[in-house]
Ligand binder design. Structure first.
Ligand code: FES
Ligand SMILES: [Fe+2]
Length: 362
């Protein structure tokens, strides 16, 4: 909306304060192309995020040659399963003149053939053939390969990143003790959805990280999850909101809802017998796209349509409030307000991780 807004300057990072004294993040971080460029390069590209379901039978990556295309920090990436079943990650950028190896998800490819001039790479990223290159002096396909990115499979999901940041094991440390990959491995990917929201990607994350807004924004959801019993746990790289589920409603089975946020843009919403994952991807300074993937325990999918409709209505409520918040942040008339220590510990934790990234950039 406002690319002309003054970019945040490196010396404008307000220090992390104790929760009882905390304020919300500087609104300048939510507006303009320069702020977005920093987030893409220094925060989103460097850190692990969920990018696709891994190994469910119907997964887009189940068999050799199956591939998915995504974006991390604004950089196109490609995941592909090779002939031996190994999952490879590459930049989806041809070594010739930056064309795409794949334009969309696909199944059973024998080669990764660039859509621009047809250079063809094998499923391990090695260039095999390049048309019309015989007279290029010293040109040798064997010395050319796609640039690899790091991938990890955890709990039936593929995580990836493209830059250097904390190790995957360090990021996930402690999660296994609450919900192990073994428990999640039993779930199967069911369907995906995309949502477009007219707000900076961080507004969507801020909103995810507190239950404070539930009675006001989600009256129906408030009947199902026990808002006063929300608790928040904070780890180094992730936070967890927990809520008991009221067994008398039919939207969810009884048990506990676990809402994990893994810095910077992954959410794992784990309910008895199912899980919904979200990845928040910027689509300009004041737009984002949220990728939803729904997973179910085998035999538990009869509620999928009802779950999807309920999730869709909650999502619409969040979309509307996030779009209003973006307008307030971009107005030039907002000064960061105080946070609720009782309800916004998750917001405080994540905004301090952002402050750390901003301070380290100086
Ligand atoms: S850019 Fe890929 S073949 Fe030319
Ligand atoms: Fe919400």
């Amino acid at each position: 909306m406002d690319d002309q807004a003054a970019p945040p300057s490196p010396d404008s990072v307000d220090p992390a304060r104790p929760l009882e004294q905390a304020r919300a993040l500087d609104p300048a971080r939510y507006i303009g192309a320069q702020a977005l460029g920093f987030d893409q390069r220094e925060i989103l590209a460097r850190n692990w995020q969920v990018v696709a379901p891994a190994s469910a039978p119907a997964s887009a990556l189940a068999s050799p040659g199956d591939h998915v295309v995504r974006e991390i920090g604004g950089v196109p990436i490609l995941l592909v399963r090779n002939g031996e079943g190994v999952l490879n990650g590459f930049l989806n950028i041809c070594r010739h003149r930056a064309g795409p190896l794949a334009l969309c998800d696909g199944k059973g490819a024998k080669r990764l053939r660039c859509a621009y001039h047809g250079w063809a790479y094998d499923l391990d990223g090695q260039l095999r053939t390049a048309p019309e290159m015989q007279t290029a002096e010293g040109f040798d396909v064997s010395g050319i390969a796609l640039e690899r990115i790091e991938v990890e499979v955890w709990g039936g999901m593929v995580f990836a990143r493209i830059g250097s940041g904390p190790a995957f094991a360090d990021v996930m440390a402690g999660m296994d003790e609450i919900v192990g990959p073994d428990q999640l491995d039993g779930l199967r990917h069911h369907h995906s959805r995309l949502y477009d929201v007219a707000c900076n990607w961080k507004v969507y994350v801020d909103n995810y990280l507190e239950g404070y807004h539930l009675p006001f924004v989600h009256p129906d959801l408030t009947q199902v999850v026990s808002y006063p019993d929300y608790t928040t746990e904070l780890a180094r790289h992730w936070s967890l909101q927990r809520s008991p589920i009221d067994a008398e409603t039919d939207a969810y089975a009884a048990g506990e809802a676990l809402y994990f946020f893994i810095y910077p843009n992954t959410m794992l919403n784990i309910l008895p017998g199912r899980m919904q994952t979200n990845r928040v991807v910027p689509d300009g300074p004041d737009r984002c796209r949220v990728e939803f993937d729904f997973y179910y325990a085998p035999g538990n999918t009869d509620r999928a349509d009802a779950d999807d409709a309920f999730s869709d209505s909650v999502q619409e409520e969040d979309r509307l409030i996030c779009e209003h918040v973006q307008k307030g942040l971009a107005s030039g008339a907002y000064q960061p307000g105080r946070l609720s220590p009782a309800q916004e510990a998750g917001v405080w934790h994540w905004q301090n991780l952002l402050r750390e990234a901003y301070a380290n950039s100086g």
